[in-house]
Design a protein around this ligand. Sequence first.
Ligand code: AKG
Ligand code: FE2
Length: 240
Amino acid sequence: MDSLFADEAFDRRPTIVAPGAVWVPGFLTAEAQQWIIARYADWQSGPVPPHATTIAGHPMSVTTIGLGWHWQPGRYDRRAVDVNDKVVLPFPDWMTRLGRQVLESAVAVVEDAQDLPQGTAAVWGFDPADYHPDVALVNYYDEHAKMGMHQDKDEFDPAPVVSLSLGDTCLFRFGNTETRNRPFEDLRLASGDAFVFGGPARFAYHGVRSIQPGTAPDAGRLNHLGGGRINITMRTTGRD
Ligand SMILES: O=C(O)CCC(=O)C(=O)O
Ligand SMILES: [Fe+2]
């Protein structure tokens, strides 16, 4: 029973996980979660299907859809050159607005923090009005999928990454910019949670340790996929 109580008591207040990294639990309403999950069903039907990206000769356990750009390690292309050579879907305007709203929430969290000087959010590059993401990597995790510790470093523009989670909860690890190892923080990203990493955390190692099957709330259940988790990360490639 102890562990059950510990789970229930798990702290889900907005948290500065590391300098530059802000977790905003419950950012998306139930309606917004359902609406974005329905958009995922649209994206799945193409032109480029969800695919497992190959890294160092091995397929990832997640499948990915790129909006705006198609990602492979070390490169972004407009066409899915390693899948079917089709041009990817555009980056949606609504996602830019959503990304800005997440940044506004993150700025408020930083401004509320007692131990941080005024202007910290700006120093971290959290500038909602000037946020222009041009790619979203939309990952689907089945109950067995994971993502090893890595840096998001294929973008030339240091703007923050905004991450949104839908579906089942995952155990997420957010570390440091130097190594894949300690110090790191483990947290549970649940359906509707937002997470921002920019400034001093922009190139921190991070990964997904596990998916917790059957943990999605009703509004976040990925029924048409038989469960699992979707993660969307918006980035600014700095490419043209
Ligand atoms: O699924 C997540 O929460 C993280 C995804 C991620 O790190 C990535 O797509 O680079
Ligand atoms: Fe990442």
